[in-house]
Design a protein around this ligand. Structure first.
Ligand SMILES: [Zn+2]
Length: 497
C-alpha cells in the first residue's frame, strides 16, 4: 500500500490555480473515496475514473483508495482533473512508480472507454503551470498544439489512459517535439471599406470609434453590418499582451482555432441568443460572445430585438469592462473590454415599404435601447441606395489615420492604465486632460440646454480628444467640441435618444 501525489490545474473564470492531487492506498473496501469535494459533483467522476481504468486493461487496485484535491477550487469538481486523479491512485497502488508522476501537471477528462478527452482552457492552465515552475505538462493530444503556445512548456500529448500507464511503467512519457506553435492564422482582411459607397457620416463615425475606442450607434435602414465588419480592419493590430488575453478567452471557450491572432476580434451574436451565450455560463465556466469580443468589436445588429436581460446586462459590463457572474458557489469575472456597435432600423417591420407603424410604435421600439444609448457617444445614419456617391476610401488609408491618432493618445496616456480615450475616467478628464476653455464652454452649454446630460459630458470630451488626435492637435479646440456634439446628435439630430 502506498502514497503518491501529482498536480493538475483548476480554473475559476480565466484564473488558473495549480492544485495538488494526492492519493493514498490502504487495506480495505476497494472503493474510491474523493475527499473535500461535494458528493454531487464527484460521483460521475468516480464512475468515469473506475470505468476508464478497467477499460484500459488495468486491474482495479485491491485497496481502499482515498484521493484529495487541494486547495479545493472551485468547489465543483472539474473533469480536467480526471487524468491526474487516475495516475495518482494507480501510483498509490504501486501500478506505476510514484516518482514518475511528480513534477508534472496532468490535464484531461477520461472517457468511459479509457480515452482522454480534450478540455477547455488549456492555454491559461498550462500558462499557470509554467508560472508555478512546472514546465512538463501532460495534455490530451487534441490540446497539444494549444499547450505548445505557452513559452517554456514541455508538452506530452496523450490519447489513451492505457498508453499513459504503459509509458509511465516502462519509462518516461515521450515529449511532443515542440514544433513551431501553429497560431490561428491572422487572415488578411477580405473585406474593405472601399466596398461601401456613400454613407460618409457613418464612415467618419467608424473612423472616430476606431481611433478612440468609442461605442457606435448606426440608425436607419442601411449597410450597418457591412460597415461593422470593416471596423476590425481599420483598428490597429493587438499588442502582444492583448492578443494573449484574447487567446486565453478563446482557449477557455474551446475555440482557440477560431482565435483572431493579432487582429481584433469581431463577434456578432444573433438577437435570439440567451443571456448565457452573450455573457457566459458560471456553471460551465464558459465565456460568452461579449468576452469573445474582448479587445475587439461586439456588434448587436437590430439591437432593439435583443431581450431585456441582455440589453440591461450589457450596461453593467460596458461600465466595468468585465462580466461578473455568480452562482454554483463561485464568482467568476471574464474580461469584456469591447467597442460596442449597435444598429437599429426605424421600426420592427422587416420591409420598409409595407410599414404601417405609428410614431408611437417607432418610439417604443427605439426606447428599448434607452439604457444603452446614453453610453454610446457616437451615432450616425446609414442608408442604402446612395449609389451615385463616390467610392469610399480603402481601409488601409483610414487605418493609417487611426493608427496615427492612437499613437498620439498612447503617448499621452503612457503612464496611465488606459489604452484609448474612451477609457479615461471623468475626473482625469477634468484634472489631467482638460480641453481648451472655449471647447469646454461649448460642451457645458450643451448640458445647460438639455441636449446632453451631465453624465454625457465626459463622453463628449473623450470624443473631442479623439477628434483632436485625428487632426494631430495638442488638445481639443472649439471645432473638436463642435464635432463631438455633431457625432452625439448623430442621425436623429437629438442626442437624448
Ligand atoms: Zn414599421
Amino acid at each position: 500500500m502506498g502514497h503518491a501525489s501529482t498536480r493538475s490545474v483548476a480554473l475559476i473564470g480565466l484564473s488558473a490555480h495549480v492544485v495538488d492531487v494526492e492519493a493514498d492506498a490502504a487495506p480495505g473496501d476497494s472503493e474510491l473515496h474523493l475527499v473535500g469535494l461535494p458528493e454531487m459533483s464527484v460521483w460521475p467522476a468516480r464512475a468515469r475514473i473506475r470505468a476508464a481504468i478497467l477499460n484500459s486493461g488495468t486491474a482495479w487496485p485491491d485497496a481502499r483508495i482515498t484521493v484529495s484535491v487541494a486547495p479545493v477550487i472551485p468547489p465543483v469538481y472539474d473533469a480536467a482533473a480526471d487524468l491526474a486523479l487516475a495516475v495518482a491512485l494507480l501510483a498509490a497502488a504501486s501500478v506505476i512508480p510514484p516518482e514518475r508522476i511528480t513534477g508534472r501537471v496532468f490535464l484531461g477528462e477520461l472517457a468511459l472507454d479509457g480515452g482522454i478527452r480534450p478540455v477547455r482552457g488549456v492555454l491559461p492552465m498550462v500558462a499557470a503551470a509554467v508560472r508555478a515552475g512546472i514546465s512538463r505538462v501532460v495534455v490530451p493530444a487534441d490540446c497539444a498544439r494549444e499547450a505548445a503556445q505557452v513559452p517554456g512548456a514541455v508538452v506530452m500529448p496523450v490519447t489513451q489512459l492505457a498508453d499513459v500507464v504503459d509509458q509511465l511503467r516502462h519509462g518516461a512519457l515521450r515529449d511532443h517535439d515542440n514544433q513551431e506553435p501553429e497560431c490561428a492564422p491572422s487572415s488578411p482582411f477580405a473585406v474593405d471599406l472601399a466596398d461601401v459607397s456613400g454613407n460618409q457620416a457613418a464612415r467618419r463615425a467608424l473612423e472616430v470609434c476606431a481611433a478612440g475606442g468609442h461605442h457606435l450607434f448606426l440608425s436607419g435602414d442601411g449597410p450597418a453590418t457591412m460597415l461593422t465588419e470593416r471596423l476590425p480592419g481599420i483598428l490597429p493590430p493587438l499588442s502582444e499582451q492583448a492578443a494573449r488575453e484574447v487567446a486565453e478567452i478563446y482557449s477557455l471557450a474551446g475555440r482557440l482555432h477560431r482565435a483572431p491572432g493579432l487582429r481584433p476580434p469581431l463577434c456578432a451574436p444573433h438577437h435570439s441568443e440567451t443571456p448565457a451565450a452573450i455573457f457566459g455560463s458560471v456553471a460551465a465556466n464558459r465565456p460568452g460572445a461579449l468576452s469573445l469580443a474582448h479587445r475587439g468589436v461586439l456588434h448587436l445588429a437590430d439591437a432593439p430585438e435583443f431581450t431585456s436581460p441582455v440589453l440591461d446586462g450589457l450596461c453593467q459590463a460596458l461600465d466595468s469592462g468585465q462580466v461578473h457572474l455568480a452562482g454554483h458557489g463561485r464568482s467568476i469575472r471574464y474580461p469584456a473590454r469591447v467597442t460596442l456597435v449597435l444598429d437599429s432600423r426605424p421600426c420592427p417591420c422587416p420591409e420598409k415599404r409595407r410599414c404601417a407603424c405609428t410614431p408611437e410604435a417607432r418610439r417604443r421600439y427605439r426606447a428599448r435601447l434607452a439604457l444603452l444609448l446614453p453610453r454610446v457617444a457616437v451615432r450616425a445614419p446609414v442608408e442604402w441606395g446612395d449609389r451615385g456617391a463616390r467610392e469610399g476610401e480603402p481601409s488601409a488609408t483610414v487605418a493609417a489615420r487611426v493608427l496615427a491618432a492612437r499613437v498620439r493618445a498612447a503617448h499621452r496616456l503612457a503612464d496611465t492604465p488606459w489604452w484609448t480615450n474612451a477609457e479615461v475616467p471623468a475626473p482625469d478628464l477634468r484634472t489631467r486632460f482638460p480641453a481648451a476653455p472655449e471647447a469646454s464652454e461649448l460642451l457645458r452649454s450643451a448640458v445647460n440646454t438639455g441636449l446632453v446630460t451631465a453624465d454625457g459630458l465626459p463622453r463628449l470630451l473623450r470624443v473631442a480628444w479623439t477628434l483632436a488626435d485625428l487632426r494631430g492637435a495638442g488638445r481639443p479646440q472649439l471645432d473638436d467640441a463642435a464635432g463631438a456634439l455633431e457625432l452625439w446628435k448623430g442621425a436623429d439630430g437629438d442626442g437624448t435618444r
